[in-house]
Design a protein around this ligand. Structure first.
Ligand SMILES: N[C@H](CCC[C@H](N)C(=O)O)C(=O)O
Length: 337
């Protein structure tokens, strides 16, 4: 099989794009399998997801269909960074200035997101963040974790009793999270809401002036928080949950965050809808700068500017094309690492 693709990123959150415009779309089962293969970093191209763009032509007035397949082959509802990239791709490849994308297609009720460019800066216009819809968030077995303000208190139990478990850093851990829907479901946790407090010091160590950076420790903590929710709170988020740990500075005008993604089950460099969710919970002012901490460290990324509105919010970011290629297949792929 020879499949032309491109790869793009915003702040290191990277995607493979398959352009199905004006063509018969590939069957869902095939594309799900392809997503597993292509996103594989060892025997594929390697990416945080595979995005297929579909429609009659690049300026299709009914909207370009935007569908994101995660590395496990399942489908996401939306993706801020992917939409910024897709808008830039259509502009560069076909000269389309502004595009309407149809997102949240798996729900059967697509939601339009507009992508455009002003003064050389790419943006997307998305519905204002809201509460997580019931089909993604089922509280009935977990009513006791909700505070009067609508936040959630998670108490992760120690896994020390697990005979295969060797780390000694897995004592009990609790944190307060705000549930937000920003096209994707997110939990936003302020690092100050993590107990024991000193544990959170490994998430943004440079800001705390720590001499020893302990970068991996921050990753371990984030992955434990994000990864253990589904095991310890079964059924709460039936389609998974993304977890953002954030810290605000400058009174809410600047926010730093780290992102754990449900479909990757690992930390990613950045997350566009996650940045939106962080701005909704911690942000203040007319223009909120949201900086993904890992992308800042890795590439000096400045992050996103988010402009809140009543019904619609804008996210500004800098998508980049990384490479164009032809995937030729890999017969030795088994799906196991
Ligand atoms: N990175 C995306 C969201 C990804 C959704 C997530 N559930 C996944 O694909 O793992 C963004 O920029 O908004």
């Amino acid at each position: 099989m020879r499949l032309p693709f491109i790869k793009m990123h915003v702040c290191g959150n990277n995607f493979i794009f398959v352009d199905e415009l004006g063509r018969d779309p590939m069957p869902d089962a095939l594309i799900s399998d392809l997503a597993k293969k292509l996103t594989d970093p060892y025997t594929g191209v390697g990416a945080d997801g595979l995005i297929r763009l579909g429609g009659v032509n690049p300026s299709d007035s009914s909207g370009i269909s935007f569908r994101l397949l995660k590395p496990d082959g399942s489908e996401s509802l939306s993706c801020g960074n992917g939409l910024l990239c897709a808008g830039r791709y259509l502009a560069d490849r076909y000269g389309v200035k502004q595009t309407v994308f149809q997102t949240q297609i798996p729900t059967g009720r697509p939601v339009a997101v507009v992508s455009g460019e002003t003064g050389g800066k790419r943006w997307i216009r998305v519905p204002a963040p809201s509460s997580i819809p019931d089909f993604l968030f089922r509280l009935e077995r977990h009513e006791d974790i909700v505070t009067p303000e609508g936040r959630l208190v998670f108490n992760l139990q120690s896994r020390r009793k697990d005979p295969l478990f060797m780390e000694n850093s897995e004592d009990e851990l609790s944190f307060v999270a705000s549930p937000v829907f920003a096209g994707e479901p997110h939990l936003v946790v302020r690092d100050s809401g993590i107990v024991p407090k000193e544990r959170a010091g490994c998430l943004f160590p440079e800001m705390d002036g720590a001499v020893e950076l302990r970068r991996d420790w921050g990753n371990l903590l984030l992955c434990r928080m994000g990864g253990q929710i589904s095991a310890q709170y079964p059924g709460l988020f039936p389609k998974g949950i993304n977890l953002m740990v954030a810290r605000s500075s400058g009174g809410g005008e600047i926010i730093f965050f780290r992102s754990f993604k449900s479909g990757n089950l690992r930390e990613t460099m950045a997350c566009g809808t996650g940045a939106l969710a962080c701005a909704a919970v911690l942000g203040k002012g007319d223009a909120i700068r949201v900086v993904p901490e890992m992308a800042r460290r890795h590439m000096g990324a400045l992050g996103y500017t988010i402009i809140p509105g009543k019904n619609e919010w804008y996210i500004y970011g800098d998508p980049e094309l990384i490479w164009e290629g032809i995937w030729t297949g890999c017969s030795s792929f088994t799906g196991e690492v």
